[in-house]
Design a protein around this ligand. Structure first.
Ligand code: SF4
Length: 318
């Protein structure tokens, strides 16, 4: 069987296989809503949030900030046990809003509660690149010596004109600074990108990927742009549908193949698409679950005999 640079037969460096190698078995991510808000909503950076954002569209039903971390982990394990039996290793995923947006003492309390739960082997902390600081990174660095710890930065785009347009409230330079600080502390980090943001064409997206592939990050997630109910983007789309390019599944997978070919083969790909809750999703409605989308993507890689990093020329490529 053909094996790729990452040591297994899948044509991209996939997350479950990586965990399989690291922990010797499946690790289930359990989302947590720890009651954070976000500086782009409470006025310290902006109001109204990023134009695409409605956290309810992604939060599993068991995640409610009124519940303790322990209760959310318990219910998350129960929720996932219906699909996956016998898993006894878990990753506490601080997912909703900006999960470093509080004082260090409060963050320590929340993260420590999660790590004390039986079977929790690590933390994934979703945040904005402008909500990280040295002292927190120092503490996360210490934690990384005992647990798997990953900071996930929503960088969304590498173009400031796009970040302005989606009211992100930070720049790409902020992202570079946070990534650099995190790398210097030796902490694992991931980035999240949205493919198809307003104003970006395919050439912008593919050139951006060369830049992204040079970053000192380990993990990456991709989401297609989705129009979600009760967002500013939904209002924009209703008024001017032509202002937003929405990809069909076929177009998106074709673009993702070209993205994956340019992507640094060392990056672990956590996701190639998003799956907002159907009650919240306006468009595009592809009518498939994530595993079905992934299967189509992998079939396409196979049929085209291509793989992650096939066109990656190295970190020095300009
Ligand atoms: S995407 Fe993140 S940063 Fe933007 S409004 Fe939503 S929670 Fe805040």
């Amino acid at each position: 069987m053909r094996r790729f640079a990452w040591g297994h037969a899948r044509r991209f460096n996939s997350y479950p296989e990586y965990f399989q190698q690291l922990f010797g078995g499946r690790v289930q991510k359990l989302s947590i809503d720890a009651g954070f808000t976000c500086p782009n909503r409470d006025g310290s950076k902006g109001r109204g949030g990023c134009t695409f954002c409605n956290n309810n569209a992604f939060n599993p039903s068991y995640c409610q900030p009124e519940k303790s971390i322990t209760q959310q982990l318990e219910e998350g394990i129960e929720f996932h046990s219906k699909r996956y039996r016998g898993i006894n290793k878990f990753m506490a995923y601080f997912q909703a809003y900006t999960n470093t947006y509080n004082h260090l003492d409060r963050l320590k309390t929340l993260y420590s509660e999660a790590l004390e739960y039986p079977g929790v082997v690590g933390l994934a902390i979703g945040t904005r690149p402008d909500c990280i600081w040295e002292e927190l990174l120092d503490w996360l660095g210490e934690l990384s010596e005992k647990y798997y710890v990953i900071v996930e930065y929503g960088i969304e785009s590498c173009y400031n004109k796009t970040l302005m347009r989606i009211n992100r409230g930070h720049t790409f330079e902020d992202s570079l600074k946070a990534i650099d600080m995190t790398a210097k502390k030796g902490i694992r980090q991931g980035i999240h990108l949205i493919i198809g943001l307003p104003g970006e064409n395919e050439s912008d997206i593919l050139s951006g990927m060369k830049m992204i592939s040079r970053l000192p990050v380990q993990n990456i997630k991709f989401h297609q742009l989705q129009i979600i109910r009760n967002t500013n983007l939904a209002n924009e789309y209703e008024k001017k549908p032509d202002s937003v390019k929405l990809y069909s599944l076929k177009e998106y997978l074709d673009l993702m193949i070209r993205i994956i070919e340019l992507l640094n083969p060392a990056f672990i790909v956590e996701r190639i698409a998003g799956d907002a809750h159907p009650d919240y999703l306006i468009k595009p409605r592809w009518g498939l679950r994530y595993d079905e989308i992934l299967k189509k993507f992998e079939d396409l890689l196979e049929n085209r005999d291509t793989w992650q990093g096939k066109r990656f020329k190295g970190k020095d490529e300009r």
